[in-house]
Design a protein around this ligand. Structure first.
Ligand code: GRF
Length: 199
């Protein structure tokens, strides 16, 4: 199974997946990291782990679909079976989703369909939620919308700060995302009528 990871930022989820591969928890190969941010810290993580790292500069392209086509070209060249979005801050075009249908995973720091979009942890805290959580899901044409694979809740305790909640959320993400990738690589995820069955 050939994996590509798309990320724009820190890359702690990238690192968690790399570690899971290294210890044999996931049996697959990460062929490439693709990023749209020249100075993203995730690039340093890729270089340290000797994973090919490609920066695709959106300024070189006239439209979103041309940018996406460049990414599709790289993914095809690397014979990618699974695309893992790990904090990739761009919305993928319909043709991208079509090309890799049911083969793109995303992690979202909320219990979807609640708090779609950005700053989800902060918004859940500010709303006064008693519970939030992490969702790993397949991507479809709409933002933060595809079939849910795994979802785990976290209690928001009295006096919780954004920093303390973020810490817990990230620790949970670093367990949940490698598990979802593992399940995919072992072909244990089946989508039926938009619902994911885990075998
Ligand atoms: C994570 O919180 C993830 O849920 C969201 O983007 C963040 C990426 O963090 N989609 P990192 O770059 O993996 O540290």
């Amino acid at each position: 199974m050939n994996i590509a990871i798309l990320a724009s930022g820190n890359g702690s989820n990238f690192e968690a997946i790399v570690k899971a591969l290294k210890r044999g928890y996931i049996k697959a190969s990460i062929k490439v990291l693709i990023t749209d941010k020249k100075n993203a810290f995730v690039r340093k993580r890729a270089q340290k782990n000797k994973i090919k790292d490609v920066f695709v500069d959106s300024k070189r392209f006239k439209s979103r679909s041309e940018f996406d086509n460049e990414i599709i070209r790289i993914l095809k060249k690397e014979k990618i079976d699974l695309v893992v979005l790990a904090g990739f801050m761009r919305i993928l075009s319909e043709s991208f989703v079509k090309t890799f249908r049911d083969r793109i995973l995303n992690i979202h720091p909320a219990l979807l369909p609640a708090f779609r979009g950005e700053s989800s942890i902060k918004r859940a805290l500010e709303y006064g939620c008693k519970v939030t959580g992490v969702t790993v899901h397949f991507i479809d044409e709409k933002v933060d919308n595809g079939p849910v694979i795994l979802q785990v809740a976290i209690k928001i305790k009295k006096g919780e700060t954004l920093a303390s909640l973020e810490k817990k959320m990230h620790a949970l993400e670093h367990k949940l995302y490698p598990l979802a990738v593992k399940l995919f690589c072992e072909k244990r995820l089946k989508i039926k009528n938009r619902h994911v069955e885990i075998k």
